[in-house]
Ligand binder design. Structure first.
Ligand code: CMC
Length: 433
């Protein structure tokens, strides 16, 4: 069968090019227009890359219309039910579910790297006492390459693997240390007899005089949250990691860029923003006033935790996490808390208002994840940090995939220039005359 193509014609000149159509395993076909500039001297205009496929990937698939999310082909619902976070990490990194032996080796290598170089602990002291932990995360992760120079050759697959393991292993420690630094408590060292999630909670909440008491429903809730946030194909932070990596930068620096991008309230910062919004609303009786503001185009206030660039019917992660959230809050006897009451009433009203229905604005994963973290006693400014811990595997898996492409080229978007036409320099004496 001959290659299917799309013809692009410049109606001003009649010149045409044939662009090959590429087909994926799932999802819309893509038109390969790499020759557009060479042949027609034009670029595509696609701000925010709404219709641009920036790479080929075999890691994660999203169908935003049907509400489908697959990691390496496995539905997120099945992974959330049957898997654990480290198994999902293995799957995302290596493409297949591990055998028992592979899983044992992988866990062993993660546990071997959970500690931080002691020099890095001093690094924290340079931060102000009230720094946002996300800013610490950007700094400390960026500084990792200064402490682990033994795996700097990104052309070496073993070095790449080591960097991936180190990032996944150390991220909970870096995150928990940021919190301990802020509250002035001593850092709690990781313990290898604990699972990944338990270890994080231990480093966050144990103190030298008292061990953290684990609640299995809480651990399970956090485990599911990590699984749901582990990867989300070419979102803003992942695209940042890929773009930075395309210049051959070290993955620790690329991931620091990803963390910085994640911090924004339009992306990972939304879970924190949801709770701030719920606190601001305060009580269900104030909701109608806020709904009015969310709909008012002159008012920049948005209903945080609602809407998604890709999911236009529902966010499958939100469906899973909503149940987790209800179970946890019931077990913790927290359903009567004003925050939860406001959230449930807001959800009910927003889902029945024309404004939100017409625009396909449904609760996203962050609407519920914030409530879970709040119920677990995690401070507000740590919410996005936890998202970053979860997403680290996605970033490093996507970076690794990109590095394995034989003809990988540096990323370089183009622009539509609307500035001044070329003009000659005017000396300062001549200006304004
Ligand atoms: N509240 C009120 N109106 C909204 C909202 C909202 N949360 N989201 C979108 N709209 C309106 C928007 O004003 C526009 O209206 P109109 O067509 O009349 O101009 C319409 O819905 C389409 O919005 P958009 O901005 O074109 O949608 P987008 O796909 O560019 O933005 C979004 C997606 C997630 C940035 C946006 O929905 C938003 O700001 N949501 C709140 C923040 C949030 O919860 N972010 C977390 C996303 S999930 C986590 C992750 O995967 O990173």
């Amino acid at each position: 069968m001959s290659q299917e193509t799309v013809t692009i014609t410049d109606n001003r000149t009649g010149q045409s090019i044939e662009c090959p159509i590429k087909k994926g395993t799932h999802g819309p076909d893509v038109v390969d227009c790499q020759t557009l500039y060479k042949k027609l001297g034009m670029f595509f205009f696609d701000p925010a890359y709404i219709t641009t496929a920036s790479c080929e990937s075999r890691i994660t698939f999203i169908d935003g219309e049907k509400g489908i999310l697959l990691y390496r082909g496995y539905p997120i619902e099945q992974l959330a039910e049957h898997s654990d976070y480290l198994e999902v990490c293995y799957l995302l990194l290596y493409g297949e579910l591990p055998t028992k032996e592979q899983m044992g080796d992988f866990k062993g290598s993660i546990y071997q790297h959970t500690m931080l170089h002691e020099g890095l602990l001093d690094f924290y002291k340079g931060f102000r006492h009230d720094a946002h932990p996300m800013s610490m995360l950007v700094g400390v992760v960026g500084a990792l390459s200064a402490y682990y120079p033994d795996a700097m050759d990104i052309g070496n697959p073993e070095h790449r693997k080591m960097s991936a393991v180190r990032l996944i292993a150390k991220m909970p420690t870096i995150a928990a240390n940021s919190y301990k630094y802020l509250i002035g408590h001593p850092y709690v060292y990781p313990r290898n007899n604990l699972g990944y999630v338990e270890n994080f909670m231990h480093m966050m909440f144990s103190v030298p005089k008292e061990e953290y008491q684990f609640n299995q429903t809480a651990i399970k809730a956090l485990e599911i949250m990590l699984i749901l946030h582990a990867d989300h194909e070419q979102n803003a932070s992942t695209s940042t990691v890929r773009l930075a990596g395309s210049s051959q930068a070290h993955p620790f620096s690329c991931v620091a860029g990803g963390i910085a991008t994640l911090w924004g309230p339009g992306h990972g910062g939304a879970n924190e923003a949801v709770i701030r919004m719920l606190q601001q609303i305060g009580t269900p009786k104030n909701i109608p006033l806020y709904i009015k503001r969310f709909k008012d185009k002159k008012d920049p206030t948005r209903l945080m935790g609602f809407g998604h660039r890709v999911y236009k019917n529902y966010d499958p992660r939100a469906k899973i996490i909503r149940n987790v959230c209800h179970t946890l809050l019931q077990e913790l006897d927290a359903t009567q808390q004003p925050l939860f009451e406001v959230a449930m009433e807001l959800e009910r009203i927003a889902l029945s208002e024309d404004y939100f229905i017409e625009r396909k604005l449904y609760p996203n994963v962050d609407f519920y994840s914030g409530m879970i973290m709040s119920a677990l006693g995690l401070p507000l400014n740590m919410f996005t940090v936890l998202f970053a811990v979860a997403r680290t595997v996605g970033w490093i898996a996507q970076w690794t995939e990109m590095m394995e492409v034989p003809d990988m080229r540096i990323g370089r978007p183009r622009q539509l220039y609307l500035g001044s036409k070329q003009r000659d320099y005017v000396s300062i004496e001549q200006r304004g005359i």
